[in-house]
Design a protein around this ligand. Sequence first.
Ligand SMILES: NC(=O)c1ccc[n+]([C@@H]2O[C@H](COP(=O)([O-])OP(=O)(O)OC[C@H]3O[C@@H](n4cnc5c(N)ncnc54)[C@H](O)[C@@H]3O)[C@@H](O)[C@H]2O)c1
Length: 454
Amino acid sequence: MSNLNLVHNDSQYPGSHEDYYTQLSERIANHTARIAVIGQGYVGLPLAAEFCHAGFRVTGIDIDKERVRTLNRGVSLTPDVSDTTLLALRTAGYYEASWDFSVLKSSDVILICVPTPLRKSKDPDISYVLATVEQVVKHLCPGQLIILESTTYPGTTEELLLPMFEARAYVAGEDVFVAFSPERIDPGNKQFTVKDIPKITGGVTPACTRLAALFYRQIVSKVVEVSSPRVAELAKLYENVFRSVNIALANEFSLMCRQLGVSSREVIDAAASKPFGFMPFYPGPGIGGHCIPIDPAYLAWKMKFSNYQARFIPLAEEINQSMPGHVVDLVSEALNARKRCLNGANVLAIGVAYKRGVGDIRESPALQIMDSLMKLGVNISYSDPHVAKIVLGGKDFSSVEVDATVIKATDCVLILTDHQEFDYQAMLVHASLIVDTRGATRALTGGNAQIISL
Ligand SMILES: NC(=O)c1ccc[n+]([C@@H]2O[C@H](COP(=O)([O-])OP(=O)(O)OC[C@H]3O[C@@H](n4cnc5c(N)ncnc54)[C@H](O)[C@@H]3O)[C@@H](O)[C@H]2O)c1
């Protein structure tokens, strides 16, 4: 990995704008370009691994030193890159993690994949992106391509990043190339991984777009070039607003179906038989993760500067955020019907991750539901093959193994995340009451359990 230590210098990049463009294009096309991916989480690590697979040498930069040490031992921290794969890439010299930003000096392409959460006030917290770009600017060299991948509000690339480069007298499209390309992965999804998902690229200038597109074509078969970073930023937000609104619609629909004594899932499946013009979304206990509960607020926040009050976004948020409370009500009503109260009841939560197949508990509605039940006096326990421990209300909880004895000792089995590792048939056989928020037991028969479904 000796070439990771090279530093840009005049002999490497001899000067004119065309030279910068041509030389970087060549280095990308012949896979000798050195890549730095800043942020080695759910997004940055799989992306880094994909470029390594294509034959590029990649440094994954992260401020979390423990994460860097772990990655350098070949231990992956995301479901999309196995330990075996990471170790192989390490051993072959394609991948290295580091907390030393000076490696940026020797990088041709810099990708930014750091968190973009919300502040308590629900305004965008862009501080991670800012801190990262400050490091990039500090080590900026002529001829580099910098691409922001973090989900963010429209205008971030041109209003926030670009002026920071221009303040150092760099001209985008001439001696530095700047673009936005949203990451669209779905962690844990084996069918669509980084290489299967088209990349949208919007550069600050046409040359920036072309270079970014050429870069991503090395790992994906389809690149969608758009006219500006703003279009690319908005495309990502629109995708996630679309999901949030449609999930909210399914959630509200399930509340209406409950009043009418009908299974919302049966209705949605029947509607989904239409071969055009319909896409099924299903109700659930609420929304979680680092995207759907957060990204729409980035767009709504930005629109306030144009005196425009978004309407679908807050309505969807309101409905989706009411779902954890609705699940608590379902458990309470089901126990009440058995002359049991919540106080003192044993409830086993099945799954705490925000979705199937991952160990990510960020914004997970399961935590909110368990916390509410605990405050109402429930003896809560949980099982999740992907989440060994959680802290709830200042108390430590460890995942329990689910077997017949554990199920029989519980007053209510509460299915919150439908991981495939669980034996739902055994739950049907051994439980007396199941509240199923994911439709995990829908296709099953047998057993004596009473099932309450969303
Ligand atoms: N998780 C997803 O499913 C997903 C999908 C598509 C897009 N995104 C977007 O991608 C971005 C990253 O999300 P993620 O899920 O990978 O987050 P993550 O928390 O899993 O990873 C982010 C990493 O960045 C590191 N980091 C923070 N500040 C840093 C800094 N200044 N310099 C270097 N490293 C720093 C953190 O230590 C962490 O390891 C977000 O904008 C998110 O909205 C996430």
